[in-house]
Write a protein that binds this ligand. Structure first.
Ligand SMILES: *Cc1c(COP(=O)(O)O)cnc(C)c1O
Length: 495
């Protein structure tokens, strides 16, 4: 199986090349040219396996130049009991007979990014060896909060890698900032950027496309790669939990083989929900895919009208990992829905670059609307949902998850669709204590990490250990720069 660029079909790479490279040279996203089939027999087989074994079985279908032994070693290391505080890795929590929460935050950084970023460093390290690359890779990350920390944890002290993370100074929660500022490891760097996430992301994209920087770093023995969800090694491990959740529903006797299940995903860069759509393409019985946004509802409008328009106010919300106006992974969906028409996709992306908007063909729009439903929650509603779910189910959710729950509820009301639905929980509520406590009506929220204890008291549940232990860690990284100075930070680190 080959990987092609969404903007140029004649670029054809092996899996390990696609992972080592991250982004295609033409700016397109490297994407499998075909999707292997997930037959009922294979699903039946996966039912009896552990999460790690399911991950190996699914990933090996896409990674022809990796052995089963390698993949087993990667999943054993990445999803070990030392890293994850639940042996099921991605447990499914029933709220009612029809509604299930897929908890993706049991990893070391308490957000779903761990699901992929505990595996990607292993895939990347092995990909370098397979491609006889002798330079050291430097991972550059722009983060809206969760990716940065998860990437730092995944890559710390991994051989022949360095990692440098840029985050928007005022766009992440206090806990998120502290998680990054206290990061340990000898190959890591962290820097705040003045501006919002799009500023940080645009800055990183500019660094990637700078030929002179590329040559300069090559002389120093480095090359740049990405751990953002444009890397195929980020998307692939995410297919697994949608399939795994379906197996769990079968094992619980809640569905019969072949019965369709709706999935509702809180969405930012469109990586997580795309993984679910891909699982559906493979044959997983996916019903409606519900795409949930916060006040930055560019995707809601896109799914309703077929016009993607990022020319709109940017809102800083309590679900910062979804404060995104350019959802990079949408490009992969357009590539698939256009019948892999690279020229059509390149055209849309050119318009996005030049005017900040494009309108897809009627054909693509019809396909989009057949598979997806888009909706959003504003800030007041997100808060109200956190309180409602706590009151009705005694179940605590973070603001990102609340956005998903709210849109799922709207969808059911609007359509009467009563299929079983899995909504995806992407972060632990403890990662966003302030917002959660305010939503629960607590008037006096304690400063800094005091809010962790307070949420533990209010909810009667302990804070995750990696968050609780932040108070014993020293701050190592306090630098903040203007977007124009990001290159200096890179050159400084890779001396
Ligand atoms: C990254 C993130 C999202 C958005 O996921 P995408 O793959 O970018 O759509 C949602 N919630 C949380 C907590 C996240 O960290």
């Amino acid at each position: 199986m080959k990987y092609v660029s969404t903007r140029n079909q004649s670029v054809r790479l092996r899996a390990s090349q696609a992972i080592a490279q991250g982004l295609a040279r033409d700016g397109g996203l490297l994407t499998p040219e075909v999707f292997p089939k997930l037959t009922p027999a294979l699903l039946e087989d996966l039912r009896g396996k552990t999460y790690g074994q399911r991950a190996v079985a699914v990933m090996k279908l896409f990674l022809e130049d990796f052995s089963e032994e390698e993949l087993t070693a990667f999943t054993q290391a990445g999803y070990s009991g030392e890293k994850f505080d639940d042996a099921r890795v991605a447990p499914l929590e029933p709220l009612t007979e029809d509604t299930y929460c897929l908890e993706l935050w049991h990893g070391p950084t308490s957000a779903f990014k761990d699901m992929a970023l505990q595996i990607l460093p292993h895939l990347l390290s092995a990909s370098l060896v397979k491609n006889q690359e002798d330079k050291t890779v430097c991972i550059l990350v722009a983060t809206s909060g969760d990716t940065g920390k998860a990437a730092l944890e995944g890559f710390k002290d991994v051989d022949r890698t360095k990692i440098l993370v840029f985050y928007p100074k005022d766009g992440v929660s206090a806990v998120q900032a502290l998680q990054m500022q206290t990061q340990q490891g000898n190959n890591v760097g962290v820097c705040a950027v003045h501006g919002n996430f799009d500023d940080a992301q645009t800055g990183v994209k500019t660094l990637f496309s700078d030929e002179k920087l590329r040559e300069d770093l090559a002389r120093r023995g480095y090359f740049l790669s990405s751990a953002n969800s444009i890397n195929w090694g980020r998307i692939l491990p995410q297919l697994v939990y949608y399939i795994s959740a379906y197996c769990d529903l079968l094992n619980l006797g809640k569905i019969t083989m072949g019965e369709k299940v709706n999935y509702c995903v809180p969405t930012g860069n469109f990586g997580n929900i795309l993984a679910c759509w891909y699982a559906g393409q493979m044959g997983l019985p996916v019903g409606k895919l519900i795409c949930a946004s916060n006040s930055n509802n560019v995707l809601t409008d896109f799914l309703a009208t077929g016009t993607y328009d990022k020319n709109r106010p940017f809102h800083t919300t309590m679900s910062p990992s979804m404060d995104i106006l350019v959802s990079s992974n949408l490009e992969r969906l357009l590539f698939a829905l256009s019948g892999q028409n690279d020229q059509e996709v390149a055209g849309y992306m050119k318009q996005l670059g030049e005017k900040g908007c494009y309108t897809v063909s009627e054909e693509i729009k019809a396909k989009l609307q057949a598979d997806f439903y888009g909706g959003f929650c504003d800030e007041a509603k997100t808060s109200a949902i956190i309180a409602q779910v706590w009151k009705e189910h005694h179940y605590l959710i973070d603001p990102h998850t609340a956005v998903a729950y709210g849109v799922m509820q709207d969808y059911r009301e609007a359509t009467g669709d009563d299929r079983k639905t899995v909504f995806v929980s992407t972060a632990s509520p403890f990662k966003f204590c302030d917002s959660v406590l305010h939503s629960l009506g607590v008037a006096q929220v304690r400063e800094g990490l005091g809010a962790l204890d307070q949420l533990a008291e209010v909810s009667g549940r302990p804070a995750p250990v990696p968050l609780a232990s932040l108070r014993d860690k020293a701050v190592r990284f306090e630098e903040s720069v203007d977007k124009e100075k990001m290159m200096d930070v890179v050159l400084d680190m890779l001396r």
